[in-house]
Write a protein that binds this ligand. Structure first.
Ligand code: FES
Ligand code: FES
Length: 212
């Protein structure tokens, strides 16, 4: 019986040509079935997505009563938007992981930790920061004044977040007793341990704000 040559006896060049021919034939079958076209379409849509990421996305937001229109990288946090793009450094970056409350701001009147809030979620919303609390006549917000009156700070790093959270705490109706204040302010940490002053300040401001 006649048999073909043993492949292992073929010169290396002969086997390489065979592999090349095989790959080409597979590719031509794939092209005919549309598989390559689908791959190209997927690559194009990935390119388009990358273009959006590098080019930025338009954002319109009202910050402390001022309309802001800008283009942002979709990965930007609200905290970085305020600090790096708008020059509002009142909200502090403590942990950057939603655990300390130093970055607390108000969005449509509700407190949020801005380090965990994507900037794009602010589209069309109203943002208030510590910089916007002072009245047009230059007087302080009752909560700011109460913090001064009760010496409710030491280094001051946590204070903007404490004050924004404290105002929300009063508005939410959770400042009726020291126990309630402690519970609803528990998301705001103070490494200096100024808690007694903070609780006393919130109690005073709650009366001044008329919503205890
Ligand atoms: Fe946002 Fe700590 S910096 S919670
Ligand atoms: Fe220093 Fe609170 S006053 S961390």
């Amino acid at each position: 019986m006649t048999t073909g040559p043993d492949p292992s006896s073929l010169p290396p060049q002969a086997t390489q040509v065979n592999r090349r021919e095989f790959v080409l034939s597979v590719l031509s079958v794939a092209a005919a079935s549309g598989a390559v076209g689908a791959g190209q379409a997927q690559a194009q849509s990935m390119d388009a997505a990358l273009e959006v990421h590098t080019g930025g996305v338009p954002l319109c937001v009202v910050v402390n009563g001022q309309q802001q229109s800008l283009t942002v990288d979709p990965r930007t946090s609200a905290l970085d938007l305020l600090r790096e793009r708008l020059g509002l450094s009142g909200a502090k970056k403590g942990c950057d992981h939603g655990q300390c409350g130093a970055c607390t701001i108000h969005v449509d009147g509700r407190r949020v930790v801005s380090c965990l809030t994507p900037a794009l979620q602010l589209e069309g919303r109203r943002v208030d920061t510590i910089e916007g609390l002072q009245r047009p006549d230059g007087s302080l917000h009752p909560m700011q004044q109460a913090f001064i009156d009760h010496d409710a700070l030491q280094c001051g790093y946590c204070t903007p977040g404490q004050i924004m959270a404290a105002i929300a705490c009063v508005r939410e109706g959770n400042a009726g007793s020291p126990e309630r204040i402690k519970e609803y302010m528990s998301g705001n940490l103070c490494r200096c341990g100024a808690y007694n002053g903070i609780v006393a300040a919130i109690g005073q401001a709650a009366g001044d704000m008329g919503k205890a």
